[in-house]
Write a protein that binds this ligand. Structure first.
Ligand code: BGC
Length: 446
């Protein structure tokens, strides 16, 4: 029987509210590069102090990702989103009012906690509120919001730079906070979580709102899953039926990061300067271009993801990323004007291939592959692996350039793309159009 394309405005509405968390994720991670220049001057920060301010957010995100899974499984997805928003508010407030180094550290750490939690809680919430035919696009709304947040941060820091107004740069994030706060009162808890906490009636009502078909089927499967004896133990993560999705989730989360995207997102101006665009003005303009391509291509990915499927996007994306990284490396071998231009194009193409594939698909896969009983905690661990690799990649990038050279560094990421390709072809199943329960049953096959 062919599945009809069903799209409820309710699913779209709740997904948009949850995805505002993505704007906060993208904005708060990226705004620091612009702010740092000004606070370093105002507060006479040493290099070590600057590094600590930058990296504390990543430490917070690591802890938040792990804690978020446990919180989401225990208290529910909706309460987790409320709690995260409160953390965002406190973090942004502390940063906006900061009067010295310690306040920056505290504000960045709390914002990091919130980002770690929201990076798993938002896709988790949306996946559980979406009909299978549109789950790819709806979950990827979160990635779209991340890219919009990053672009907004680039634009805001660029526009506020003339006034050196770093407090306003931080404070801008209150806008999405208020929007999401108002929206959260109108969204429901997910049916999956309600069923796993013995509330099938309430779950059934929400299921009717988000997809009239499959209701009964959904309830029966989810209930069976919940009856499994291992449901609430971390040990369950290593049981044979969970090992495979666990490995796949961690794998895609890790490859999303170790293929180098954040070297571009965090260091774009420096890369453009290395490529010969020495004035800060041009480098900043090119950075905004990176942010814009990231947004535009993510929109295309949203359109493709439920049509062509996850695997073809990952395969094409990884090949394209490897190819553009290879060209990027070559362009750094000579110092001509043409090679500078090639570097800029190669970088934009690389970001485009990421945005159509690993960007949205990694978060989507980790929100789909896990059985209900452990979904939150398993997503937390995959998200933790992603942040850990982000930390490692951003910490080692400049050193790698010194050791391997700029070309060698980008070629290294190109090789890692091929490893990612091998991983995807070998292990990642196609989940397009399947219910979360059908995906669960993949792993039960002998
Ligand atoms: C990644 C981030 C990255 C962003 C770029 C996200 O999916 O998790 O690390 O900065 O995409 O768009």
């Amino acid at each position: 029987m062919s599945k009809k394309r069903k799209f409820t405005s309710y699913s779209l509405f709740v997904s948009c509210i949850a995805a505002i968390g993505g704007i906060l994720f993208g904005y708060n991670t990226s705004v620091i590069s612009g702010v740092l220049l000004f606070i370093t001057k105002d507060f006479q920060l040493s290099t070590i102090e600057q590094e600590l301010i930058v990296s504390t957010l990543l430490i917070g995100a690591l802890i938040g990702a792990l804690a978020g899974g446990v919180i989401a499984d225990h208290f529910g997805r909706k309460k987790t989103l409320f709690f995260t928003l409160l953390l965002f508010f406190i973090g942004i407030f502390t940063l906006t009012m900061a009067s010295g180094f310690n306040a920056f550290l505290i504000g960045r750490f709390i914002s990091g906690l919130a980002i770690g939690i929201v990076s798993m809680a938002a896709p988790l919430y949306i996946a559980e509120m979406s009909p299978p035919e549109n789950r790819g696009a709806l979950v990827s709304l979160n990635q779209l919001c991340i890219t919009i947040g990053i672009l907004l941060a680039y634009i805001v820091t660029y526009s506020f730079a003339a006034k050196s107004d770093w407090r306003d740069m931080f404070a801008f994030a209150f806008i999405p906070v208020v929007l999401q706060f108002l929206g959260l009162f109108f969204i429901a808890e997910t049916p999956s979580w309600l069923i796993s906490h013995g509330k099938p009636e309430a779950a059934n009502q929400i299921l009717h709102k988000i997809r009239v078909a499959h209701v009964h089927e959904h309830l029966v499967h989810e209930k069976k899953e919940e009856d499994a004896p291992t449901k609430k133990q971390f040990k369950a993560l290593f049981s044979p039926s969970v090992r495979m999705p666990f490995l796949i989730g961690i794998g895609v989360a890790v490859f999303q990061s170790i293929t180098g995207i954040n070297t571009v997102i965090y260091y774009a101006p420096q890369i453009f300067q290395l490529a010969g665009y020495e004035t800060a003005q041009t480098a900043l303009f090119a950075t905004i271009l990176v942010g814009a391509i990231n947004v535009v291509v993510t929109v295309i990915s949203l359109w493709l993801i439920d049509r062509v499927g996850r695997r073809p996007l990952l395969v094409a994306g990884l090949i394209g990323m490897a190819f553009s990284l290879f060209i990027l490396g070559i362009s750094f071998l000579s110092k001509s004007e043409a090679s500078g231009l090639t570097a800029v194009f190669a970088l934009l193409i690389y970001v485009g291939f990421f945005a159509v594939s690993l960007g949205p698909v990694a978060w989507l896969i980790i929100s789909e592959v896990y059985p209900l009983g452990i979904r939150g905690r398993a997503m937390g661990i995959a998200t933790f692996s992603n942040w850990l690799c982000n930390y490692f990649v951003s910490l080692t990038f400049l050193t790698l350039i010194q050791v391997l050279g700029t070309a060698g560094t980008f070629w290294l990421y190109a090789i890692i793309c091929f490893l990612g390709l091998w991983f995807v072809i070998k292990l990642v199943p196609e989940t397009k159009g399947k219910t979360l329960e059908e995906i669960q049953s993949f792993w039960k096959k002998p």
